[in-house]
Write a protein that binds this ligand. Structure first.
Ligand code: NAD
Length: 510
């Protein structure tokens, strides 16, 4: 049984635990500040996050009022202006490394809370925790390497090009990978010397607050460098994005929301970094290692139950192997075990909410009308499926190119399969989307891998692999998948302004 760490209740928001009817731990965030939660500014209406496997309330938290948002931003502004944070890379590195250590030390508790709130399998939750810690360590190292360059511009004229933090950064995160996607913005923003105000997705607010508490508890973190506001995007998110005290918005979420965020940020000419939706093609050529490609195709679409921006949701298969590959895929999909994420045997958990389930099922219904259901898509009526938001994975073939299943980001375990005759058609189909976040290419022909990899317009192209991310390598979107890059060194410099100090040592101005 999972026993959460006990917390002292002082004042602000604290998360305490009791047992629910199902024998699980219920987390209740009270509006009573605990020492480790004073960074959360939220004194408004309560809201709950639910367990998508059971429908039970996992946590009850409070929304931020307009005054809370003002206070969080003001606190971050003061910290940015007054503390050593922006100018002391050693301090930033130390705090971030210790945060990473704390994440690893608390991984079991947080992974369980993550599964309870988000629904993902406990295996994936552990992977997310450790991935988040690894990424924080990566940016902790880079905190001491924020550097510019010097230029000799003319006789007696020198330039020094500096990288300076932007100031106060609003970090707005989605619910699907709430911790990795949190630190993917937060860690480089802090490493570069910014102060941050985090607004997590409400569905995964408790696990985000608990994670941030580990950072806030670092004794060397100057007060106000990290603050957090809670509540709906439409109210709290909008206020934050439009706040005069915000210098930059790092947003991860849906494309339509990103467009709205960008328009609102434009009123204040605020810098934005946008990581948005996707509809990734996964292209399998006949000469590929087909065993590996099959595993890759499944991993591409079924990770996080398809609720991942890089989901390889459009499988493109060369004519010569199309039917046999599809047959093998269908046999595997029929065997997938869908269940409670806390059950170690589950390969797919529930989807995150009733709304998400209903949206996915509507696409499955449309797919039945428009194409051929090759595998899955059946009703889930086991006793473990009665109370939660479970969806049977589904594979469709023979859909018209204009089908909504082929074009829309479904964000669920729904795979469409299209056939292609040659490389040119494969590239044309791969690029026939308004998104450009990621793609997969499976072939043993190195020349073709280069050609196709260069021809597909997307930020990440996996060749003979899928869904392997490296902190060192940039990710981001072409087209409607985003603006800017995260991870890697570019991900650090997204959170900086470039300044040129120009020194003229000549006697005369002319
Ligand atoms: P969402 O756009 O609904 O919400 C994301 C965040 O924005 C939440 O915190 C939400 O409260 C907030 N928000 C909503 N409306 C807002 C507004 N008007 N102003 C400011 N903030 C607002 O997205 P979601 O449903 O949480 O996440 C799923 C989406 O995120 C998918 O489209 C997925 O592709 C995308 N995503 C992209 C990446 C990437 O790296 N490109 C990664 C993960 C998820």
């Amino acid at each position: 049984m999972f026993i959460p760490r006990r917390r002292g209740v002082k004042d602000g928001v604290s998360v305490s635990a009791g047992m629910t009817a199902a024998g699980r731990t219920a987390w209740t965030a009270l509006r009573l500040p605990a020492a480790e939660h004073v960074f959360v500014h939220a004194a408004g209406e309560p809201f709950a996050s639910d367990d998508p496997a059971t429908g039970e309330t996992v946590a009850t938290l409070a929304s931020s009022t307009p005054a809370d948002v003002d206070a969080a931003v003001a606190s971050a502004q003061r910290a940015f202006a007054a503390s050593r944070w922006a100018s002391d890379g050693v301090l930033r590195a130390r705090v971030l490394h210790r945060f990473a250590d704390a994440l690893r030390a608390d991984a079991a508790r947080l992974a369980e809370l993550l599964t309870r709130e988000q629904g993902k399998t406990i295996h994936e939750a552990h992977a997310e925790l450790h991935g988040a810690a690894k990424m924080v360590d990566y940016y902790a190292g880079l905190a001491r390497a924020v550097s510019g360059r010097s230029l000799v511009l003319a006789p007696n004229v020198h330039g020094v090009v500096l990288r300076e933090p932007c100031g106060v950064v609003a970090v707005i995160t989605p619910w699907n990978w709430p911790l990795v996607l949190l630190v993917r913005s937060l860690a480089p923003a802090l490493a570069a010397g910014n102060a941050c105000v985090v607004k997590p997705a409400s569905l995964t607010a408790a696990v985000t607050v608990e994670t941030l508490a580990l950072l806030a508890a670092q004794p060397d973190l100057p007060e106000g460098v990290l603050t957090c506001v809670l509540g709906s995007g439409a109210v709290v998110g909008e206020q934050l994005v439009g706040h005069a005290g915000i210098d930059m918005v790092a947003f991860t979420g849906e494309t339509e929301t990103g467009i709205r965020v960008m328009k609102r940020a434009a009123d204040g000419l605020r810098k934005v970094a946008l990581e948005l939706g996707g509809k990734a093609p996964n292209v399998v050529f006949a000469d590929a290692d087909l065993d590996k490609a099959l595993a890759g195709a499944e991993n591409a679409i079924f990770t996080t139950c398809g609720q991942i921006c890089t989901a390889g949701s459009r499988l493109l298969v060369e004519d010569a192997i199309h039917d046999s590959f599809l047959e093998r895929l269908a046999a595997d999909v029929e065997q997938l075990r869908v269940g409670d994420g806390l059950d170690e045997r589950s390969q797919l958990g529930p989807v995150v909410s009733r709304a998400q389930r209903d949206k996915i099922l509507a696409y499955v219904e449309a797919g039945r009308r428009e194409g051929t259901l090759v595998a899955g898509g059946s009703a889930l009526d086991g006793p473990e499926h009665q109370r939660g938001w479970f969806v049977s994975p589904a594979v469709f073939a023979d859909l018209p190119a204009g089908s909504s299943l082929v074009r829309d980001e479904i964000f669920g375990p729904v795979l469409t399969v299209q056939r292609f005759a040659d490389e040119a058609e494969a590239v044309a189909l791969a690029n026939d989307t308004e998104y450009g976040l990621a793609a997969g290419v499976w072939t043993r022909d190195v020349d073709r891998a280069w050609r196709v990899g260069r021809a597909i317009r997307a930020g990440t192209i996996w060749i003979n692999t899928y869904h392997h991310f490296y902190d060192e390598a940039e990710v981001g979107g072409f087209k409607r998948s985003g603006i800017g890059r995260q991870q890697g060194v570019e991900g650090l410099y997204e959170f900086t302004e470039t300044k040129h100090l120009n020194f003229d040592g000549n006697a005369s101005l002319w």
